[in-house]
Design a protein around this ligand. Structure first.
Ligand SMILES: Nc1ncnc2c1ncn2[C@@H]1O[C@H](COP(=O)(O)OP(=O)(O)OP(=O)(O)O)[C@@H](O)[C@H]1O
Length: 600
């Protein structure tokens, strides 16, 4: 759902743009090129009124053809210089923008992938992706087009004002006196326009967020016949956005009328005064023309500046959001001097009195003094009601989070003292929800071992009982699967995940059994694939199937973040505790082979 309160406020100041300076500074060549071409273009523009005055005051009546030739050749040269400088300005400025945004995108993505699980518990992935795309694009236009327009107009404005003073100090003082009369009301007006525009943007963002959510869940929407209410809701949101936009448009039109009246009014007033001076003979007509052109330049560039100000402050908001993300420090970091894990790896696992609460729910302890050990090569099934903390055990072992109290040990070493990379290299996981990337079958299997040879990938697929269905694809291992490619069935996804884990060849295997029953055939294939994988590895399996618990060396029964029972299937049934009750439930329901973990 659109969480408007989470939207960072639009900033009025453009100071946060300064955080982008180090990126700009990396490309001094482009910056120099842009600055030089900008200055040349602005100066050339400022020379034009001088030529106009020359033409008005002297005309070409004395049929001095040599002069006319020189005069127009000069003008032509001026035009070419202006054209070249403008083209160069465009090239340098836009390249700089693109270059910086490419750097930013790379760095933001690398930073985000390094952040720990806790960050993603409290931040929406959609919002992060929008920072990566929309915010960086805003920076691009700010650094590129907007900044160059601002700079060009600033130079033009200062140049034009100096030239106005130089041309006619008297008329300039008149203009300068009028400026506050124009600027103050304009600033106030502009603020109200901006406020309304921001309101429109926020309303639109809320509508888009709702649309995104609804489109991603069309199947659910249709299953519950929710199209109409969704249409109504989105329609209302769009209408709200339209109303908000109209309010902004109205304010903006009024602002335009006001600005044009004021600016042209003052130009006319100045002309009026000037014309009287021309009549008195104290000012030449050409000088008046030249002055007029400079004041038009000044007014035009001031107007452009006020427009880009809005864009720059939006970009400043984007820069602030990006620098926030870039300065985010991962909570799970490698220690300064990581200890090595013992070699050769044995695969022993131990939890000692582990207490833990998720960052998103600091008041609720998901693990409350969890202790257990798993010997190398042992297969341990974890069972328990939903919410008991089974998946949390896996997250702790992979060090997605650190315990508040207690230790997690792998081969006798506290995992906080080793490099997370080294720790994770020793673990392969087959999750319940297998992630299939939009890539080839080969790349999907080789995901955890990118250097694996084709033969190794095929061997892993064959051990995972996946080779048969892969061979049926049109392009075999090169078939694109995942989004927009071939969509895999539940059993096929599982086997790809198993092949992935086989290829990784890690001493510790974490298995989260799928809760949804596969059909008997896939089930058999997946079980066979797993048996191959579990051999000679330490295996921790979150078990939902009776077949799995029967095969385990030991069963740990979890409830409320603790181990409440442990033993073999037979001994636990004899004890008549939680396990016996869970098992009875399963038999009562007659769900074949499925260990139903329910709330008691
Ligand atoms: N990322 C998270 N942020 C906050 N709380 C969480 C998070 N993940 C799980 N929890 C909470 O921690 C507790 C243990 O969750 P966990 O996923 O480990 O249970 P589980 O035994 O694996 O359940 P299930 O069998 O339903 O998957 C639950 O109360 C759950 O609501």
């Amino acid at each position: 759902m659109a969480r408007q309160e989470n939207r960072p406020p639009t900033r009025k100041s453009i100071r946060p743009l300064a955080t982008m300076l180090p990126y700009v500074a990396r490309y001094r060549g482009l910056v120099c090129g842009a600055a030089i071409s900008l200055t040349i273009a602005a100066v050339t523009t400022l020379v034009l009124p001088l030529a106009v005055r020359r033409m008005i005051d002297h005309g070409f009546s004395n049929s001095d053809s040599a002069f006319i030739n020189t005069y127009f050749s000069m003008l032509m040269v001026l035009a070419i210089v202006l054209a070249l400088a403008s083209a160069a300005r465009y090239y340098f400025v836009i390249s700089l923008g693109e270059r910086i945004v490419a750097d930013l995108r790379r760095e933001v993505f690398a930073r985000v992938t390094a952040l720990s699980a806790g960050f993603f518990d409290v931040n929406q992935s959609g919002e992060i992706v929008s920072r990566l795309t929309a915010d960086t694009t805003q920076i691009k236009s700010a650094v590129g087009a907007t900044a160059s327009v601002a700079l060009r107009n600033l130079i033009l404005c200062l140049g034009a004002i100096s030239m106005m003073v130089y041309t006619s100090p008297k008329l300039s003082s008149l203009v300068l006196a009028a400026i506050p009369l124009i600027v103050f009301p304009l600033v106030g007006f502009g603020r109200s326009v901006r406020r309304r525009a921001r309101g429109a943007q926020d309303t639109l963002a809320a509508a888009s967020a709702y649309a995104g959510e609804a489109i991603a869940a069309t199947r659910t929407l249709q299953a519950f016949n929710g199209e109409e209410s969704a249409n109504r809701r989105f329609g209302a949101a769009v209408e709200d956005a339209y109303d908000a936009a109209r309010a902004a448009i109205k304010a903006r039109s009024a602002l335009t009328a006001f600005a044009i009246t004021m600016v042209f009014g003052s130009v006319v007033a100045v002309l009026w005064f000037g014309a009287r001076d021309v009549l008195n003979g104290t000012l030449s007509a050409g000088t008046l023309g030249q002055f007029l052109l400079y004041s038009l330049f000044a007014a035009g560039s001031l107007g452009a500046l006020s427009e880009v100000w809005g864009e720059l402050s939006q970009a400043a908001g984007a820069a602030e959001r990006l620098s926030e993300l870039l300065s985010e420090v991962p909570q799970i970091r490698a220690p300064e001097n990581p200890a090595p894990l013992p070699v050769p790896a044995k695969g022993a696992v131990a939890f000692t009195d582990v207490h833990f609460a998720y960052p998103a729910r600091p008041d609720y302890k998901s693990l409350k003094g969890l202790s257990f050990t798993v010997e190398p090569g042992e297969t341990v099934a974890i069972v328990g009601p939903s919410g008991a903390g089974k998946s949390t055990v896996f997250s702790m072992l992979l060090r997605y989070y650190d315990p508040a109290k207690g230790n997690v040990l792998v081969d006798g070493t506290d995992i906080r003292t080793v490099h997370p990379k080294e720790l994770r290299e020793r673990i392969a996981i087959v999750p319940q929800d297998v992630t299939i990337f939009a890539a080839s079958v080969h790349d999907n299997i080789a995901f955890g071992a990118p250097d694996a040879s084709r033969t190794a990938v095929e061997a892993a697929a064959s051990a995972a009982q996946a080779d048969e269905f892969i061979a049926k694809f049109d392009h075999g291992y090169d078939t694109l699967v995942g989004e927009r490619g071939v969509t895999l069935s539940g059993g096929q996804r599982q086997r790809i995940a198993i092949a992935r884990a086989i290829l990784r060849n890690a001493p510790i295997l974490l298995l989260d059994e799928a809760t949804s029953a596969l059909d008997a055939e896939s089930e058999k294939l997946v079980q066979k694939a797993l048996e191959g994988l579990m051999r000679e590895r330490t295996t921790l399996v979150i078990a939902h199937r009776l077949a799995t618990v029967l095969k385990a060396d030991r069963i740990l029964v979890m409830e409320n973040g603790r181990i409440v029972e442990g033993g073999t299937h037979a001994s636990l049934i004899r004890q008549g505790g939680l396990y016996a009750k869970l098992a009875r439930l399963q038999f009562d329901h007659g769900a074949e082979g499925l260990f139903v973990a329910t709330h008691r």
